[in-house]
Write a protein that binds this ligand. Structure first.
Ligand code: SAM
Length: 296
């Protein structure tokens, strides 16, 4: 994002991270106007085209911002509400932002609410640089599990899957084909911070299948017509990629045919399928159970 410091109502903030930069002085800009150009730029990140153009995105909440900084994500702007002024942790985060060349905005609650589109916004949010892992650079190792998602559409599903992948110890999430944006506000909210912990890669169908062959992974598709019970799969023989189908259409033939096995989670009752994020959780924790068993 193009965020330039201007001169009006600017107050100094001390670096408080105890590092050798501790006597440098940065600047905090106070903003109360909803029409301030900096705020308009940040608000525009609710639209994908603007996130793509600037290769940036917004994350809400002090915990998420701290997680991101700890994990080396590049922050361009920290925004906090006036109510957070004087909060030692917020001031530390502000100092770290300035030390990394970022901009710090102290805003009214109304402005913060307009950015995050919430009536009761979090006190802090940050604008970060987007980061994708290059699929070609990923070389899965034995005992690792990856999730691949075919054309995932729902931001809540994607966020929940990224969070679950993190909790289940998966090594990354691969987005196959046209998917919802992992850096939308809705998705990052649903990840609860795991967006900063789980590598995300993206690929077209052909590139994905070529990579699977090259890396000799065990590609397990999940399918309502799967011939193999998901509990009987050998998740340990090679690195595993669990491939999940689109919410409406399921896995297309082009992907199903490239799988080494098609797994079914047996169901009872009248539901014809599980929700995508739930099915992913079931698969991930089954794979994890097998992997942990072998280590005992
Ligand atoms: N109507 C779609 C279909 O025919 O596949 C349902 C898609 S389902 C909501 C989304 C994805 O979750 C599926 O493509 C599959 O990957 C996974 N899934 C859901 N229930 C499953 C089950 N019982 N066994 C295996 N995979 C399942």
């Amino acid at each position: 994002m193009d965020c330039q410091l201007t001169q009006d109502k600017t107050t100094p903030a001390k670096i408080a991270d105890g590092s050798k930069r501790s006597n440098r002085v940065g600047q905090v800009k106070e903003v109360t106007s909803l029409t301030n150009p900096l705020i308009k730029d940040i608000r525009s990140l609710t639209q994908k085209k603007n996130r793509d153009r600037t290769s940036s995105f917004m994350a809400e909440g002090l915990k998420l911002v701290i997680d991101a900084l700890e994990q080396g994500w590049q922050i361009s702007t920290l925004i906090y509400s006036k109510a957070a002024k004087g909060n030692a942790t917020v001031e530390q985060v502000a100092a770290r932002t300035i030390a990394r060349g970022g901009l710090v905005l102290e805003v009214s609650e109304k402005v913060l609410g307009s950015i995050t589109r919430r009536d009761n916004p979090q006190m802090v949010c940050g604008v970060f640089e987007q980061k994708y892992a290059a699929l070609a650079s990923i070389q899965p190792k034995e005992g690792e599990t990856y999730i691949a998602l075919d054309r995932v559409r729902d931001p809540g599903n994607l966020g929940t899957i990224i969070r679950t992948a993190d909790a289940a110890g998966a090594s990354g999430v691969i987005l196959v084909g046209e998917t919802t944006d992992p850096f939308s506000l809705e998705t990052t909210r649903a990840t609860m911070g795991s967006i900063f912990a789980v590598p995300i890669a993206r690929a077209g169908v052909e590139d994905f299948l070529t990579w699977c062959n090259r890396q000799k992974v065990h590609l397990v598709g999940t399918h309502l017509a799967g011939a193999v019970d998901y509990r009987t799969i050998n998740y340990k023989q090679r690195p595993t990629v669990l491939l999940m189908g689109n919410e409406q259409a399921g896995l297309p033939e082009s992907l199903a045919q490239g799988c080494n096995e098609l797994a079914l989670i047996p169901q009872s009752g009248k539901a014809d399928s599980l929700n995508l994020a739930i099915a992913t959780a079931v698969m991930l924790f089954e794979a994890r159970r097998h992997l942990l068993e072998v280590r005992r």
